[in-house]
Design a protein around this ligand. Structure first.
Ligand code: HEC
Ligand code: HEC
Length: 151
């Protein structure tokens, strides 16, 4: 037979959890809240024109030297699968001029030991692992980070 916790023990644990200050499910206004008590926005994500415009504008500046640049266009219709990589139709060294796209960086042709390869390294094949569409999102937590002046 399975052993069970004594009822008094589980009741004590439950009481402790319920009175713990880190467990709170209601925001001040009575809505849903995170564990820290911040309200959870219940509205649908912003799919308005403003968001679309932010994605489809000039490439945003990078925030640190080796940041993968943000993608300055939507990527919904650009699949990357084991067999096919749509991004390379425009960004590869063969096609970037014709498509007026940024040429992928030399670093994308190196293996883990820094050896030069003839084609895009498997480490860099799944572009959206590192490159995401840009949007001018405000920091969730205030901070004093500054972009380095030399990039
Ligand atoms: C139909 C052509 C096309 C396809 C497909 C495409 N791009 Fe682009 N991409 C562009 C063009 C054009 C630009 C804009 C270059 C500019 O304005 O300087 C761009 C910009 C970018 C930039 C910003 C580069 C910079 O200079 O900061 C990144 C990163 C990027 N694309 C990544 C991707 C990824 C990842 C994919 C696949 C999911 C992809 N692109 C698919 C044409 C394309
Ligand atoms: C493991 C992360 C990673 C992956 C995967 C990756 N990139 Fe990058 N990419 C970076 C980083 C970091 C930089 C900036 C530093 C550099 O040039 O290496 C960059 C730079 C770029 C640039 C700008 C080059 C320039 O000269 O400004 C383009 C365009 C780009 N990547 C496209 C792609 C495409 C297309 C793919 C998929 C085939 C891809 N990247 C996959 C991390 C990645």
């Amino acid at each position: 037979m399975k052993s069970r916790l004594p009822t008094t023990f589980s009741a004590a644990v439950l009481a402790g959890l319920l009175s713990s200050p880190c467990i709170s499910f209601a925001a001040d206004d009575g809505g849903l809240a995170t564990l820290r008590g911040a309200p959870i926005q219940e509205s649908a994500p912003d799919t308005s024109d403003a968001l679309k415009k932010a994605i489809e504008s000039d490439p945003m500046e990078r925030d640190f030297t080796l940041q993968p640049p943000l993608v300055s266009h939507a990527i919904d219709n650009y699949p990357v699968t084991k067999e096919f990589n749509k991004c390379l139709d425009c960004h590869s060294w063969e096609n970037y001029r014709k498509e007026k796209a940024t040429k992928i960086s030399l670093t994308h042709f190196q293996d883990a030991d820094g050896k030069e390869l003839a084609n895009v390294s498997a480490r860099r094949y799944f572009c959206v692992q590192c490159h995401v569409p840009q949007v001018d999102a405000k920091p969730l937590i205030a901070n004093t980070y500054q972009r380095p002046s030399v990039r």
